[in-house]
Design a protein around this ligand. Structure first.
Ligand SMILES: [Mg+2]
Length: 486
């Protein structure tokens, strides 16, 4: 079948020289938009009625969980959003941004700034074409000044877009990975904004990749449901943990079936040597040990530090320097090979990922489900990674990031990359109990979710307890600190 670019609906909603005509160009009325391929929803008049937000914070800094060279005292937090509708099916769309404490209120305010774009929007149209809202939000002519497509505002857009996908998957009765994997390639391409990346990836090439990804997809779905998707664990490696705790958790990781662990490095070289030696002794020569500097170094320091740790056979060095320094990553990669270079959890958008790939700066691409503009932009990034044949090993952990990003890797395996070789999703054993459908690990693998949605929904009692500053935990905590009784 010939691919007609005009089939990619809404690929470019805004005028630009040489842009193809969009079928939606003639009108700004979302009701007039045609439904896209891949939609099987029956038409209703339901609309989005509310966007509710919560500032949710967990006191993780007290146990040094999550501590690294740049973030010594994170309180894992979520700026949480719920889309409500007047449909009689009872479904809500849940999404969130992960932050590490202070500033979570700023993130909530950014989400609230997007409210006018959503309230009143027809639910059928929204769920059939989440790309339309993604483009409207990133294209807001005034809010765009705060980015463009980066930082707090862009992360807020990601939360809202992810909530739309959660709602869409629930309404279809499918886990998100399956909604994507079973989507028509043409529809998936229509969900990607190719602006600024078309020099590296055209819609035609994306369609080729997705069509090729359909071959053998049914067998991969069956394999995924049976075996799950590989994970690796960072739980042993937080910088604030003692050597004894590191050793115990590293041994436990191997016993649990993990074939890769990760250690935080970069604060003190002597400590790193001692901790790497302990970790290598605990896991043996065959388990991969990745190391993660969380942006601690400049380029020259990264090269010398990683070179000095090479005797312990680190598998990759993650975030050796600023996530914005594309050419710095390229220089480090050249100097520290065969140690691989990985980054992505702080990469702001698809354009920087494009440059990292074009510059040959990374061996491992680390998407994050709640950093860029949501599922649609992560589709673009997965397609870029496939086009450049670079494996994707997502960043996860925090609060809820494992729950979200597993869906993107599983889609990637079933319908795009077609393999899990040299791929694994980060896993951290924190805070899963606060979600209604938490990840389930089995022998070091993520079990494929079967519940409809994006696994983004927190338990109401967790929200009531950890909402900041008025949740029951925080009220009692303040009372304790003030010497009163809770
Ligand atoms: Mg990291």
């Amino acid at each position: 079948m010939e691919f007609d670019r005009r089939d990619i609906r809404g690929m470019d909603c805004q005028s630009r020289p040489g842009a193809l005509e969009s079928p939606w160009r003639e009108t700004s009325d979302v009701l007039a938009r045609p439904s896209v391929k891949g939609s099987h929803l029956s038409a209703t008049s339901a609309r989005i009625t509310a966007i509710d937000t919560s500032d949710i914070r967990f006191p993780t800094s007290r146990e040094l969980d999550g501590s690294d060279a740049m973030n010594p005292d994170p309180d894992y937090s979520a700026a949480y959003v719920v889309l409500r509708t007047d449909a009689d099916d009872g479904h809500e769309g849940h999404g969130f941004v992960f932050t590490i404490g202070r500033g979570n209120d700023v993130q909530v305010a950014a989400i609230e700034a997007l409210r006018p774009h959503l309230v009143g929007r027809p639910v059928d149209e929204l769920c059939a074409d989440p790309g339309s809202v993604a483009r409207d939000l990133t294209g807001d002519s005034q809010l765009r000044w705060l980015g463009p497509e980066k930082g707090v505002m862009h992360m807020a857009i990601g939360a809202v877009v992810n909530a739309v996908w959660d709602l869409a998957a629930k309404r279809r009765g499918l886990p998100l990975w399956r909604l994507l994997a079973e989507g028509d390639p043409e529809w998936l391409v229509s969900q990607v904004d190719f602006r600024y990346i078309e020099d590296a990836l055209t819609p035609e090439r994306a369609l080729e990749l997705l069509r090729a990804g359909r071959e053998g997809a049914a067998a991969r779905t069956a394999a995924l449901l049976e075996h799950g998707y590989p994970g690796y664990t960072t739980s042993p490696g937080w910088l604030g943990y003692s050597d004894e705790k590191l050793t115990r958790l590293a041994e436990q990781a191997v016993a649990d079936g993990f074939t890769q662990i990760k250690l935080k490095v970069g604060a003190d070289f002597g400590d790193d040597v001692r901790r790497m030696r302990a970790a290598r002794a605990a896991v043996g020569p065959d388990v991969r040990i990745a190391i993660d500097a969380n942006q601690r170094w400049g380029v020259a320091e990264a090269v010398s530090w990683v070179t000095a740790l090479a005797e312990f056979d680190p598998y990759w060095i993650e975030e050796p320097t600023s996530p914005d320094d594309v050419l710095g990553h390229a220089a480090i990669r050249k100097a520290v090979a065969p140690v691989r270079v990985a980054t992505g959890e702080h990469v702001q958008n698809r354009i920087v990922f494009k440059q990292l790939l074009q510059a040959g700066a990374i061996d491992v691409l680390q998407i994050d489900a709640a950093r860029v503009g949501g599922v649609n932009e992560n589709l673009a990034i997965l397609l870029l990674a496939a086009a450049f044949d670079v494996p994707v090993c997502p960043h996860a952990g925090g609060v809820g990031l494992c729950e979200l990003v597993q869906h993107l890797s599983m889609f990637d395996f079933v319908a795009l990359a077609g393999t899990t070789e040299d791929r694994a999703i980060e896993y951290v054993d924190h805070l899963h109990e606060h979600f209604t459908t938490p990840v389930v690990m089995r022998r070091g693998h993520y079990t494929a979710p079967v519940a409809p949605g994006f696994s983004a929904q927190m338990r109401p009692e967790s929200i009531d307890a950890y909402r900041y500053p008025d949740g029951t935990f925080w009220v009692a905590d303040r009372a304790r600190q003030e010497g009163g009784t809770a």
